[in-house]
Design a protein around this ligand. Structure first.
Ligand SMILES: Nc1ncnc2c1ncn2[C@@H]1O[C@H](COP(=O)(O)OP(=O)(O)OP(=O)(O)O)[C@@H](O)[C@H]1O
Length: 779
């Protein structure tokens, strides 16, 4: 069933709340744009009456979108006056305005209905009305009723969803940036019919369009070129005035007159300042090509009539002063608006994005658990199956009179050969394929074994010399100090030490083998070689601690911190790039509502992650949990919030997802390596340790480790003090997030970069100047 504009109109219950002010939009001497040093919009004046359709017409890059953003308060003006409904542009006007941006500025996930419902909530439309409005608008705009996601709709259908959003809450003012692009002629007519019927009810419409001729149906037209309105008036009046049959010709004629005027003025100023400027009779004498070229040049260089450096400086200082004044005023007026419905709508829409990628969502929930699993499987265990050779040339001790001098040796043992004993013990200890060493017997000379190490076939070789046993006998029982004898009693260990962990493991195994041989031979005095102290049952931890018990709290904290940081930053940048952020601001949704909605969404995800992680860690991987689990939860949670606020700041600073990813990676690796998560922080140089102990991540790792392996709680100084540090960081960063997350379009580059670049430029200029001086020929 198709619905025409009149049917739609009957549904509409627009009750304009306007007083009878004549002008809904009034702009005087406006300067503003993206670059605060070169305001693209300059000296612009415009008036839109209540209940009229005002068409803003101009070539590409004329400043139409920039002007609309200034009207909406999404860009900060530098000078001049903008009044909408008699007020300065502000968020509180959001519900009165329906905005359709030029770009789609919508989430690609979720169905058209879901997206419409989201914006209806942000615009304060109640539930019952939302459904009927969505139904009517979808029928009117010929949108498919099937639950297809936005990404499956055609370009034109998506733009119609975008238009529907602007119309949803029956606003008093419609600001439509090219609403008829991608729409067939029939529907275009319908849209104009709809606008006409809405204006009859008091709604005001400001529209930009590329189809200049469709503006003939509007009430007023403003021709914009190079950031300023060159003429405005009623369409037919303008056509009549410039003796043209179409609006397009009128615009061209106007441009030609203006250009000719400038050319003639410039010429006359140059030739004779007193000569009269001739009246422009024939605008056709300046070609269209010249006009387009001129427009192109001015938009490329972003220069405007207002390009004079000195004036620009005045403007900036005026702008800064004004900004300060308005900030002071705002401070007094500022009210914290927190609408739970809006916050929940933002949380829900974020989930729509997650849910669209189900596999990724499941993976995200399981991610911390998978990381702990990977680390407990792969980290902290001793290396094994290491190829190792032993070459012994030991001739042993054969003289019985010598053997009898060793009182602790078992009698009638026959000749003693410590080299053989050692080789035998080493093989016995490492007989399984998964033992630490794989003892290789094929190497007969030390040269061949060393060659094998060089080739990477062996990790090491132990060489036992010819008089090893004899040398040891003389050294210990005859107490010989002779250098040669001592040399006889020492074997040589050649190692590939390129992998420290493997090297140290082999050395430890050789040490243990020597002790085992000694224990076996000195059987009457077992433990003769044991160190003179006992390691008692540890007060905390286990006698043979596992690395996974150490590393798990660290990994949990790092995931709890970094995941929200990555998700927050990249999500924010993506939304800003899509234009969703400014569209949300335009509905009048406050920054804290957006921040809280996002935080809730990520926090819910964090909760899901913890719900999977904790049982797996405690029951699956058997990591000890000696203390109260609540402290660990609180710890990860606080760090998660900290990660989110850091992510929001990154989102503010970065202008591209790639940039956000680099910032986030940088912060992740700094924290990963300095927080003591996978290696004790006490291994750091002392000066660094003193600094890193104040990182929130270090403190969080310390808390979780203390609670999990020592059972400490709040009463313990280390725990409460660490929580204080974590909370302090959290508060500082939440405040910074609030300050930086502005409801206006963010600067292209962070202010400190800009300062840095300026300093660089100044230095370069100075250097150039110095070079010029140096290169000056000396007369
Ligand atoms: N995000 C931005 N940052 C910096 N400059 C911008 C940005 N967006 C637009 N501009 C510049 O501002 C000027 C006016 O652009 P604007 O988008 O307002 O033109 P427009 O009249 O809407 O053009 P079109 O009809 O092609 O959309 C152009 O020179 C453009 O390069």
């Amino acid at each position: 069933m198709s619905i025409n504009s009149n049917e739609f109109q009957s549904e509409s219950e627009t009750q304009p709340t306007l007083q009878d002010e004549e002008h809904v939009i009034k702009i005087e001497n406006l300067f503003g744009g993206y670059d605060q040093r070169k305001p693209f919009i300059h000296n612009l004046n415009l008036k839109v009456k209540k209940g009229e359709i005002y068409s803003l017409l101009g070539p590409s890059a004329a400043g139409k979108t920039t002007l609309l953003k200034l009207i909406l308060g999404l860009l900060i003006k530098m000078k001049g006056k903008i009044s909408i409904f008699g007020e300065e542009p502000s968020l509180s006007l959001g519900p009165k305005i329906g905005y359709m941006p030029q770009d789609l500025s919508l989430y690609e996930q979720g169905t058209a209905q879901q997206v419409l419902r989201f914006f209806a909530t942000l615009n304060g439309v109640d539930k019952a009305k939302t459904n009927s409005r969505i139904k009517t608008l979808m029928e009117f705009l010929q949108l498919p009723k099937t639950g297809r996601s936005m990404s499956q709709l055609s370009g034109g259908q998506r733009r119609r969803v975008s238009l529907a959003i602007a119309l949803l809450h029956e606003p008093d003012l419609l600001i439509l940036d090219e609403p008829t692009v991608g729409v067939d002629p029939l529907l275009r007519q319908k849209i104009w019919g709809l606008m006409r019927s809405l204006t009859k009810k008091g709604v005001t419409v400001i529209i930009t369009t590329h189809y200049i001729e469709e503006a003939i149906d509007g009430d007023a037209v403003g021709f914009i070129r190079n950031g300023t309105i060159i003429e405005e008036g009623k369409p037919y009046d303008l056509m009549k005035k410039h003796k043209c049959n179409t609006l397009e010709d009128t615009f061209l004629a106007l441009c030609k007159k203006k250009d000719k005027g400038i050319l003639v003025r410039e010429q006359s100023e140059n030739e004779d300042a007193n000569e009269l400027v001739p009246e422009l009779e024939d605008p056709q004498s300046v070609s269209e090509k010249e006009i387009l070229q001129k427009d192109k040049e001015s938009s490329d260089s972003s220069t405007t009539d207002f390009s004079d450096q000195e004036r620009s400086k005045d403007l900036i200082s005026e702008y800064e002063k004004k900004n300060k004044d308005s900030k002071n005023k705002k401070k007094r007026k500022m009210k914290l608006r927190l609408d739970p419905k809006k916050i929940w709508a933002i949380t829900k829409i974020k989930y729509q994005v997650f849910i669209a990628y189900k596999i990724i969502l499941l993976f995200s929930i399981a991610l911390p658990t998978l990381l702990v699993l990977a680390s407990s499987v792969a980290f902290g265990k001793s290396p094994h199956s290491l190829n190792f050779a032993i070459i012994t040339e030991d001739e042993g001790l054969v003289a019985p009179e010598m053997l009898s001098q060793i009182p602790l040796l078992k009698p009638n043992d026959g000749p003693l050969n410590l080299g053989d004993e050692f080789a035998k013990e080493l093989k016995t200890r490492n007989k399984n394929p998964s033992s630490i060493l794989q003892v290789k017997t094929e190497y007969k000379t030390i040269g061949s074994a060393r060659e094998a190490i060089e080739k990477g076939d062996l990790w090491g070789v132990l060489y036992i010399p010819k008089h090893f046993t004899f040398g040891l006998f003389l050294r210990f029982y005859a107490c010989s100090k002779n250098h040669t004898i001592i040399e006889w009693s020492i074997g040589d260990l050649y190692m590939d030490m390129s992998n420290a962990e493997i090297g140290l493991t082999i050395v430890e195994e050789i040490d243990n083998t020597f002790v085992a041989v000694g224990d076996r031979l000195l059987q009457n005095r077992k433990n003769q070689l044991q160190l003179p102290y006992n390691i008692e049952k540890p007060i905390y931890g286990k006698l043979h601690p596992k690395y996974k018990d150490f590393v798990t709290p660290g990994i949990m904290i790092m995931v709890g911190f970094s995941f929200p940081m990555f998700l927050g930053s990249i999500g924010m940048v993506r939304e800003a790039m899509l234009g969703v952020t400014s569209r949300i601001w335009a509905t009048g949704t406050g920054r804290f509502e957006v921040v809280l909605g996002t935080v809730t969404a990520i926090t819910l995800l964090l909760l899901l992650q913890l719900a999977v992680l904790f049982p797996s860690v405690i029951y699956g991987f058997k990591v000890p949990m000696e203390g109260n689990i609540f402290y660990v939860l609180l710890d990860i949670f606080s760090l998660g919030l900290f990660g989110q606020s850091l992510g929001a700041l990154i989102g503010f600073l970065a202008t591209h997802e790639f940039q956000a990813m680099i910032y986030a990676f940088l912060l992740f690796f700094i924290n990963y390596s300095l927080a003591g998560s996978v290696w004790p922080a006490l291994a750091q140089p002392q000066w660094l340790y003193k600094i890193t102990q104040f990182l929130p991540t270090s403190r969080a790792v310390l808390i979780s480790r203390s609670v999990m392996s020592k059972g400490w709680g709040f009463k313990h100084q280390q725990v409460w003090f660490s929580f204080v540090i974590v909370f302090l960081w959290l508060i500082i960063f939440v405040l910074l997030t609030g300050i930086f997350t502005k409801t206006t379009i963010k600067p292209k580059t962070p202010w400190f970069w800009e300062k840095w670049f300026q300093m660089g430029k100044k230095k370069k200029k100075k250097k150039k100047f110095d070079n010029q001086l140096i290169n000056q020929p000396i007369n």
